[in-house]
Design a protein around this ligand. Structure first.
Ligand SMILES: Cc1ncc(COP(=O)(O)O)c(C=O)c1O
Length: 425
């Protein structure tokens, strides 16, 4: 694999030379993002942006880069090794199941939010399967229990309803608690907001019903750093620490942005080590989704038309509303490779989608050159949540699914069919 990468650098001789020199010295080469630029060098790692050739990619297409996924996995695995915690992949945030065999090389399992996700985790990863859903239903619980190793209940009423079945199935049961402390700023992503239904509050907690419960679970972070965990953990321990002696495990939920470049990983390691020294009998579990898929791939699209209504408007072969709904929901502005804020570069366009929804638009972006019909537009960091949340709205063509392997070769993995669209309706 390293040899292939060195071959790839042929077009950029100084990188090739540097790469060879580093290999000789025992450096490891990883591709971390596209563009062919060096982004970081440390004594142990020498990261080079890969020479990925997007002209191989079909359009539209969600394309995952195996090298960047492995880089994230190595970071998460290092935290596991340094602290002894288990890090599992939250499928709600990262469900690119064709890459699960890669994830299974590093992580001990996955967490599911439904029967379907539990089945996907069991069939495609087949390691530990944890499940948390706000409610379980009578006609699904048996199948969930047949797939799960851990199940977390959101209330004592759900626990009472399914306790006998859970114990009979030999599945380790937990209760989700609400630490009523969170620094998440966007309301729809704040599980500890006013009137939140997620987790049992201290006031509603029923210690008398804990018999059979082996774990406590909280989830209170969203795209946050280690200091946010520290705050939540304090609140959690103050409210629920007294029950930890009788538990076997504790789950710190997701929202840990561990693989982000500026995340304070040393601080996280310290927090986890300190917690483990206070409760050495507990298995600590973290379940990030976003950090698994963070900056591992793109949505490749094409300009299909340019119209003018007081400004230039590019209409693409993807839909913001159907294929990037979180951009409208949160809302947030994704990065388009090579583009800037309006007016920053000479040619500004409103970037819009191909459905009939008036609001199917992303905002204004500027480019170095005028856009032409047929130009590729690459939306960065689209592999977590974004691709999980897509719809078939308007029947518009759903982006293909593809992957760059370690040598940078593109593999088309799936093209959506008319039947898939029809069956959903
Ligand atoms: C219970 C639970 N665990 C884990 C996650 C994953 O969070 P993230 O993808 O932000 O790491 C979520 C996200 O909503 C969640 O609700």
């Amino acid at each position: 694999m390293f040899i292939n990468l060195v071959k790839e650098f042929k077009k950029v001789p100084h990188f090739q030379k540097k790469a060879k020199k580093c290999l000789k010295k025992g450096f490891k080469i990883n591709r971390t993002a596209h563009g062919g630029r060096k982004i970081a060098q440390t004594p142990r790692e020498f990261y080079i942006w890969p020479m990925l050739d997007y002209s191989q990619v079909t359009s539209p297409c969600f394309v995952l880069d195996e090298a960047r996924l492995r880089r994230n996995m190595e970071i998460l695995d290092q935290i596991q090794k340094q602290t002894g915690v288990h890090i599992i992949c939250a499928l709600k945030g990262y469900s690119f199941w064709r890459s699960f065999p890669i994830i299974a090389e590093y992580l001990p399992g996955a967490t599911a939010s439904s029967l379907n996700e539990a089945r996907l985790a069991r069939e495609e990863m087949n390691k530990q399967v944890h499940v948390f859903a706000p409610v379980y239903a009578d006609d699904e619980i048996d199948q969930i229990l047949s797939l799960a190793d851990h199940i977390t209940f959101n209330s004592f009423s759900q626990w009472m309803r399914f306790k006998d079945k859970t114990l009979a199935a030999g599945v380790s049961a937990g209760i989700r608690v609400n630490p009523e402390f969170s620094t998440v700023e966007t309301d729809i992503y704040n599980p500890c907001g006013k009137f939140s239904r997620l987790g049992v509050t201290e006031r509603e907690f029923k210690p008398e019903l804990l018999d059979g419960i082996e774990g406590l679970h909280f989830h209170a972070l969203c795209e946050q750093d280690a200091d946010a965990l520290e705050g939540v953990l304090k609140a959690f321990e103050a409210k629920f620490g007294k029950y930890l002696a009788q538990m076997k495990w504790v789950n710190f939920g997701g929202g840990h942005h561990i693989t982000r470049k500026d995340y304070h990983r040393e601080q996280l390691v310290q927090i986890l080590k300190d917690f483990r020294s206070r409760y050495p009998h507990l298995q600590v579990i973290l379940e990030p989704g976003e950090a698994v898929g963070w900056q591992t791939g793109e949505l490749v699209a094409t300009v299909e038309d340019i119209v003018h209504n007081e400004m230039d408007i590019a209409i693409l072969n993807v839909s913001i509303s159907a294929h990037m709904p979180d951009c409208l929901e949160m809302p947030y502005r994704p990065t388009i490779t090579g583009a800037g804020f309006p007016g920053e570069k000479p040619f500004t366009y409103k970037i819009t989608g191909g459905t009939c929804l008036a609001g199917d638009q992303l905002g204004d972006f500027s480019f170095d050159k005028p856009l032409q019909v047929g130009d590729r537009i690459i939306f960065e960091d689209m592999i977590h949540y974004t691709m999980v949340k897509t719809t078939f709205f308007n029947g518009v063509r759903h982006p293909d699914i593809g992957m760059f392997d370690m040598s940078g070769k593109f593999h088309l993995l799936h093209k959506f069919t008319y039947e898939q669209f029809k069956e959903k309706l």
